[in-house]
Design a protein around this ligand. Structure first.
Ligand code: HEM
Ligand SMILES: Nc1nc2c(c(=O)[nH]1)N[C@H]1C(S)=C(S)[C@@H](COP(=O)(O)O)O[C@H]1N2
Ligand SMILES: [Mo]
Length: 549
């Protein structure tokens, strides 16, 4: 039964909506609790602890979330408006098709028919035809921003009858979220998205696990390593499924890779501020971190499972995680099979991150790490690997993480014909000082530090810094890099440049750009690489700082 049918039935039976999404997640969690003695005890202990800590912990979390939400919501959508007509839920329900598409938010009724073709989340929106969008937005929490509330309100046509208004509280969905380090810079709390502060990026070559940036599309699943299984499904005429416990995976030789993960949207905020608005989390430079990932090589597992390395043309490897959206769809994306089998690719099915079991936020107990690719391909909470003639059909694969030229709009961009992003261009950022800082001159120089990174196994050859708007360039003299061989270089490079400052100068504009081992370098401006999603935002990093002598 589809979520929509469930919702409609509920409306008919009780003239009331239920938060089906929350129920579905609760049921999965209950199921998880009955998967075996160990799991049960762990969960029992955890529950007791949660109850004991409950009053303190939950209150803190809820107050923080409330604070968060308040900041986002200084504009309130869905308030009752006396100038508009009132509709019963039964009437709203009828407008559930592309010709007439209405939705409910709190007291508000909206006709979003004309918005459907340009919805960044594609046809997902159709699930909410004639219904409240709240249960959906509880899962897709990135809608809960000022801009989107305002956008929604621009489609307002009426009020929902008071008897039909339902409280769609979403706390249940999120009570199992892991603890997070307070130093992370939170972008959205539900789902949890947070970047690492710039000065902490350069403090360590391998980012401590608790400071590693976090990017979630949904609530974090609570999985048990003892019970976890990985399915490998090979679809080539006769479908075969192999199934591994994490213990069984240990029969393969150990595999590891030192790799940075970078979100394709890293540095999006600069593109947004310097050119024109883009849609997506407004990451500054903190959606990249570096770690040592350990487990086994994907290549070894696929070959063991009988995947034919001589027949990769047109085939894909689909990775599916355990995290699930409001309609029961699991997170998934794919990469070409040829990329998955490339021995230089060093793709790891990782159980460990920097020597410790993966933290829940980073995929406990198993994630695939596809180094050199946008981090979206490194699927967390990995549950299955499917070899298929088709790419992943998921929304995240089909309707996101693709790029367009600067003239394409949400109305004209054709996602189906744009190739998925499977590698990353060269980028860099200055982490210390920060824009607007006051820096003290020492021995005639200021010290400038940052990171540089390139995708596809390319190494950083050089980082150049300009103290005068590009008139002259200095080469960063200290590069800290991994010693992986050419084509297998997946870590980031940390760099330091000493920039001379003439006596009496009180302000300086600093530019940084990196060059990789393919001799590709960053573009100067964001204008020409601007795209609706704000991905691959890799122009020179430019900041201004004050100087104290
Ligand atoms: C009816 C009013 C809606 C409006 C005005 C709206 C607007 C938007 C906007 C502006 C974005 C881009 C957000 C960003 O990445 O910054 C977005 C993304 C998205 N929306 Fe909606 N939306 C609506 C309803 C829905 C519903 C009902 C669903 C699900 C059933 C949905 C699913 C999604 C998804 C999956 C994305 C992309 C998420 C991602 O990037 O991970 N939307 N929507
Ligand atoms: N299962 C699952 N895997 C996922 C995601 C997700 O939401 N669910 N987010 C992806 C994206 S877009 C990024 S940028 C990285 C972030 O990894 P991190 O949270 O470990 O930094 O995970 C990727 N893998
Ligand atoms: Mo991402």
């Amino acid at each position: 039964m589809s979520l929509k049918t469930i919702l409609l039935r509920t409306i008919n039976q009780r003239n009331k909506f239920v938060n089906v999404a929350a129920t579905a997640v609760r049921l999965t969690q209950e199921q998880n609790q009955y998967q075996g003695e160990d799991g049960r005890h762990q969960n029992y202990r955890r529950n007791v602890a949660t109850v004991l800590l409950g009053s303190v912990f939950l209150k803190t979390v809820l107050t923080e979330n409330a604070k968060d939400e308040k900041e986002h919501k200084s504009f309130e959508a869905g308030q009752k408006r006396d100038d508009l007509p009132t509709f019963r839920a039964e009437e709203v329900c009828k407008h559930d098709n592309k010709d007439s598409f209405w939705v409910i938010y709190k007291s508000g009724v909206y006709d979003v028919t004309s918005f459907l073709p340009s919805h960044p989340g594609g046809e997902q929106i159709l699930n909410a035809g004639g219904l409240s969008i709240e249960p959906f937005w509880n899962v897709y929490g990135m809608h809960k921003t000022q801009d989107i509330y305002k956008l929604l309100e621009s489609y307002r046509i009426g009020n929902l009858h008071e008897d039909d208004i339902v409280d769609h509280t979403d706390e249940e969905l999120w009570v199992k979220e892991p603890f997070r380090d307070k130093r992370l810079i939170v972008k959205t709390s539900k789902p949890f998205n947070a970047e690492i502060p710039a000065k902490m990026q350069i403090a360590y070559f391998d980012t401590p696990n608790e400071l590693f940036y976090v990017r979630q599309h949904m609530p974090v699943p609570d999985l048990d390593a003892e019970q976890h299984r990985l399915q490998v499904i090979i679809k080539d005429g006769r479908t075969r499924t192999l199934d591994f416990s994490l213990k069984q995976l240990q029969m393969f030789p150990k595999g590891s890779v030192r790799a940075a993960l970078m979100c394709a949207g890293n540095r999006r905020s600069e593109m947004n501020e310097q050119v024109k608005p883009v849609r997506g989390i407004s990451w500054q430079g903190g959606a990249i971190s570096n770690a040592l990932w350990e487990g086994v090589f994907l290549r070894d597992v696929l070959l063991y499972c009988g995947v034919d390395a001589s027949d990769t043309k047109g085939k894909h490897v689909i990775f599916t995680g355990s995290d699930t959206d409001a309609t029961g769809v699991q997170f998934s994306t794919s990469i070409p099979l040829s990329q998955a089998l490339n021995p230089n690719g060093r793709i790891v099915l990782a159980t460990h991150m920097n020597g410790a079991p993966l933290p829940p936020d980073h995929g406990r107990p198993l994630r695939v790490v596809v180094p050199g690719a946008p981090a979206v391909r490194s699927v967390k909470w990995l549950e299955s690997i499917t070899i298929s003639e088709d790419e992943s059909p998921s929304h995240w694969h089909q309707k996101d993480y693709r790029s367009f030229n600067a003239s394409k709009t949400w109305e004209t961009a054709d996602f189906a014909s744009a190739p998925p992003i499977y590698s990353l261009p060269v980028t860099s950022a200055i982490c210390d000082p920060a824009n607007g800082d006051t820096v003290k001159v020492k021995d005639g120089c200021i010290e400038v530090r940052g990171y540089a990174y390139s995708g596809g196994g390319a190494k950083i050859l050089r980082v150049d810094v300009s103290p005068d708007g590009g008139a002259t360039w200095l080469q960063a003299e200290r590069l800290q890099a991994d010693d992986a061989p050419p084509q297998q270089h997946y870590a980031w490079t940390l760099w330091t440049a000493l920039v001379p400052v003439p006596d009496g100068q009180t302000e300086i504009e600093l530019w940084a750009k990196a060059t990789d081992s393919n001799f590709n370098t960053q573009p100067e401006k964001f204008e020409d690489i601007w795209n609706i999603r704000g991905v691959l935002s890799n122009a020179y990093h430019k900041i201004k700082v004050h100087i104290s002598h």
